[in-house]
Unconditional design. Structure first.
Length: 473
């Protein structure tokens, strides 16, 4: 069955609950153009091409590294070559951290090497490393339990991440990575190891940022691959002392310049009004960042490019922003908010693609209540791509969170996350994980949404103050 027939079959099977229950608010010509964009992308887009170029020709893009600068140059050249207008690099100043050497080994009661990686922002161990007894804890709360003594020891947070289609298992587990080292340091721990926040069983540990607290001594922190975390768990169940030696040479460098890369498809009537499509250009240093977030870059570039090919541009401008420094500091997101403060009121909608390469599953939104009838009609357009369920009070993504806090309506095409966290923040995040057909579905959904948002006569109602706080998924 060809892809057009698949789309037609799915569209005929849309449940009645997804059909608008009130008179249509979307003009027929807008609907037709959005559906035509959807079908064009679904038939085959160039999103995977942009991901391949970024990952193969630039590679890892840790903020402040040569790869980061090369990614900015690539993005500028790509947007210019694809016909975007007003292409520019908007400077941001960012913290710079480098990984260095990282080793670990169990030295008692047995001798075993450990596959581990430093958490982003970790301080180094002393020159000779750290050797200490291990204390296993299942959660942050267990640190505060009566009788818990971690002083001078290596705290091992053994918190399992559950595999879920919506990625909720990540939000439930990631607190030990984000806050564990700081909390353990308050109680005198020597270092922290965590079970990787991931769903695979490979000896490829998952990195990710950790947040230290001002005024508290910083301690080294690393993530164990899941098999090595389970080895440590089994040894600790034997009720004998387990000792580990940990060596990290990661360190900070002076702050450096990076940049958000911006390009636009100018609107024909109200070019000052903006529909923002975002993704983040940086990646961790362990791999080439194909799903996190090369895929997102490919999706938003291609969605906007297709809109730019229309015989008549939409009323408003579609602005692509490839954000800097999402992984470790969000200097790009915060810098964008500050640099564009005078035009934030003109941002009609913001959407970020940062959930990998797999197929759409839902359409989340956060806007004023009067937007709901139009949201239902947009969801019906997106249903053949799998994104027909409209979920209110959603979050647009980390990089558009500052816009959400300012009341800008935010949207997200949610994706199947069942396998995303097998590769997230690991050395396995490479181009072979990309699924071009799923990227095409995402481009289809994003381009259709963006066109409607940019063309509709009146903008979405702004987010009410009580709904502006970002909700972690």
């Amino acid at each position: 069955m060809n892809r057009f027939l698949v789309a037609l079959t799915l569209s005929l099977a849309i449940p009645a609950a997804l059909e608008p229950q009130t008179p249509a608010v979307l003009a027929p010509d807008i609907r037709r153009t959005a559906e035509a964009l959807r079908e064009k992308a679904f038939a085959g887009s160039q999103a995977a091409r942009w991901v391949q170029e970024l990952t193969d020709h630039v590679g890892p893009r840790l903020t402040g590294s040569p790869g980061d600068a090369a990614a900015v140059a690539w993005a500028l050249a790509t947007l210019k070559a694809r016909g975007f207008a007003n292409v520019r690099a908007e400077k941001a100043v960012t913290h710079v951290w480098k990984r260095g050497i990282e080793t670990g080994e169990i030295i008692a009661p047995v001798s075993q090497n450990l596959a581990l990686t430093a958490l982003g922002g970790s301080v180094p161990t002393p020159g000779g490393g750290i050797e200490a007894e291990v204390v296993e804890l299942p959660s942050l709360a267990a640190l505060e339990a009566p009788g818990t003594n971690v002083r001078g020891k290596i705290v091992f947070f053994n918190k399992r991440m559950e595999r879920t289609g919506d990625g909720s298992g990540y939000g439930a587990a990631v607190d030990v990575r984000s806050h564990g080292p700081a909390r353990a340091a308050k109680l005198g721990a020597a270092a922290v190891l965590i079970r990787s926040i991931g769903t695979d069983h490979n000896r490829t540990p998952h990195t990710g940022g950790t947040d230290y607290e001002t005024g508290i001594a910083k301690i080294p922190a690393a993530a164990l691959s899941v098999p090595d975390a389970e080895l440590l768990e089994r040894l600790l169940k034997e009720k004998r002392p387990v000792r580990v030696r940990l060596t990290l040479t990661c360190h900070d460098d002076p702050d450096a310049d990076t940049a958000n890369v911006v390009g636009e498809i100018p609107g024909r009537e109200r070019p000052a009004e903006i529909v923002l499509l975002g993704a983040h250009l940086d990646s961790w240093d362990l791999a080439t960042g194909a799903i996190d977030d090369g895929a997102g870059c490919g999706i938003v570039i291609e969605a906007a490019r297709l809109i730019g090919e229309l015989p008549r541009h939409p009323r408003r401008s579609v602005r692509v922003v490839l954000f800097a420094n999402e992984e470790h500091g969000q200097a790009g997101a915060n810098g964008y908010r500050q640099a564009h403060d005078s035009e934030i009121r003109l941002h009609v909608a913001a959407l970020e693609a940062d959930s990998g390469t797999d197929a759409p599953t839902a359409f989340s939104w956060n806007a004023g209540p009067t937007a709901e009838p139009l949201i239902r009609e947009i969801a019906a357009i997106l249903a053949p791509m799998g994104a027909g369920e409209a979920i209110p009070r959603g979050s647009g993504g980390a990089d558009v969170a500052p816009l959400q806090q300012a009341g800008v309506p935010v949207f997200s095409i949610r994706q199947d996350s069942s396998r995303y966290f097998d590769y997230h923040h690991t050395a396995n995040d490479t181009f072979d994980k990309v699924v071009p057909a799923s990227l095409d579905r995402m481009v289809a959904a994003v381009s259709a949404f963006a066109y409607v948002a940019a063309e509709m006569p009146e903008p979405f109602e702004k987010i009410p103050p009580e709904a502006r706080k970002r909700e972690e998924r």
